[in-house]
Design a protein around this ligand. Structure first.
Ligand code: FAD
Ligand code: 5PR
Length: 371
């Protein structure tokens, strides 16, 4: 009788791919279903912090992600164009990169590890006994089902997990444009979080991703029709950020600009029988602490480490009670930042606010100490 255990995963995003690599490296056979016809990441840039970078190191995927990413010297906060703080987070490491770069690194590592990825495969639901159902009507049995199918998770909703949901009052248009030193002069390697409150609330988050690409996040309240428009209303943005005019012109020229709002969803549980939820399916959060993908990757990794023997159902329940706290606290803190906009004051990344970023899941897994 074969002792190899098998996992079916819904969603080839950052969380699903991380779980797939970690399970495969622990001897599981793994199949990932991605509804998209191609493997790719939507969106612009992303931050990864120590917690998820430690996961990448343990999976052997760190070097390929670091190469082609950016390590900003400072996280600078400006309010009404005056510098409020230049933070280094007490040495907590982080990298910025394009989403495409991170996604390609994870997808390549998954394929090298022997994960089977099926594109154009849409999941419609799961059951707690370990069955995954596809749109084609096919039902697949597994020892473990992972729902990593994002904020509108079919796996989650087919099983009727209960959740509380709060929507954000601000939204953000996220774009990548070519980097140019002229946009901000000598500070151009920093992350620069530029806030304005008068005469209206508008914010530009400036994030170098590598030598060539700059991620800009243009945030405004949803109710401000001019500032929330996409493609962006160039005059409205240049009025507020005149020194960024050349960069904003490039943004206005982009054909495919989109704008997203965000929400917090807190589930009563992440686990039902043989099914576990990770990533936005389990814990959609506000982006303020830039930890949505990071937590998803950490939880995919700790999940794989937790089902390394014994009864899968019991291991999953222990995984949730042992590891969920870091994500819950991050969700709460991120939602508070989004609600109060208090990041604009600078020096807001206190050790408490950095708890999830500084967490080392590889040490927790090795030592068995969780919280
Ligand atoms: P997703 O990335 O949504 O991936 C889900 C995958 O599943 C997709 O490939 C999708 O096509 C597939 N799928 C969906 N439904 C099905 C189905 N039925 N069948 C098969 N496949 C399916 N996080 C960070 O860590 N750092 C940041 O800097 C950061 N910045 C952010 C900025 C903003 C403005 C926002 C809104 C979010 C930010 N986040 C950040 C959060 C991050 O984007 C998400 O948490 C992360 O993408 C979630 O990853 P995931 O793998 O759970 O889900
Ligand atoms: N961090 C990042 C981000 O994209 C956003 C925020 C923080 C990387 C989006 O606005 O505070 O909202 C934030």
């Amino acid at each position: 009788m074969s002792t190899t255990r098998h996992a079916e995963i819904a969603g080839a995003g950052f969380a699903g791919l991380t779980a797939a690599i970690a399970l495969r490296q622990r001897g599981w056979t793994v199949r990932v279903h991605e509804r998209g016809e191609e493997l790719r990441a939507l969106g612009a840039g992303i931050f990864l912090w120590h917690n998820s970078l430690q996961v990448l190191r343990d999976l052997g995927a760190y070097d390929r992600v670091r190469d082609g990413a950016h390590r900003p010297p400072f996280y600078e906060t400006r309010i009404h164009n005056a510098t409020a703080s230049k933070e280094t987070f007490f040495g907590t490491e982080y990298l910025t990169m394009t989403r495409e770069h991170l996604h390609r690194g994870l997808a390549d590592a998954a394929v090298e590890a022997g994960v089977e990825i099926v594109t154009g495969s849409q999941v419609v639901g799961a059951d707690a006994e370990g069955a995954l159902t596809l749109e084609s009507g096919e039902t697949l049995q597994a020892d473990l089902i992972v729902g990593a199918d994002g904020v509108r998770s079919k796996v989650r909703d087919s099983l009727g997990f209960a959740y509380e949901r709060t929507s954000s009052r601000d939204g953000i248009a996220r774009v990548l444009i070519p980097r140019d030193r002229e946009y901000v002069g000598g500070d151009w390697d920093n992350v620069i979080d530029m806030w304005n409150f008068a005469p209206r609330v508008m914010r530009v988050l400036y994030v170098p991703c590598n030598d060539d690409w700059l991620y800009l996040g243009l945030m405004a309240p949803n109710e401000d029709e001019e500032a929330a428009r996409v493609p962006i209303d160039l005059r409205t943005w240049v009025d507020m950020f005149p020194f960024l005019e050349r960069a904003l012109q490039r943004v206005a020229e982009l054909p495919s600009a989109r704008r997203d709002t965000y929400e917090t969803r807190v589930l009563d549980s992440w686990v039902r029988g043989r099914v576990a939820l990770i990533g936005d399916a389990a814990h959609a959060m506000c982006p303020a602490l830039a930890q949505g993908a990071g937590c998803g990757m950490v939880n995919g990794y700790t999940l794989a480490a937790s089902v390394n023997g014994g009864d899968v159902r019991q291991s999953l329940a222990e995984w949730e009670s042992g590891f969920r706290g870091y994500t819950d606290r991050c969700q709460t803190r991120s939602a508070w930042f989004a609600e109060t906009r208090s990041m604009s004051r600078g020096n807001q990344f206190t050790p408490e606010m950095l708890e999830t970023a500084a967490f080392d899941p590889t040490l927790a897994v090795a030592s068995g100490v969780t919280r």
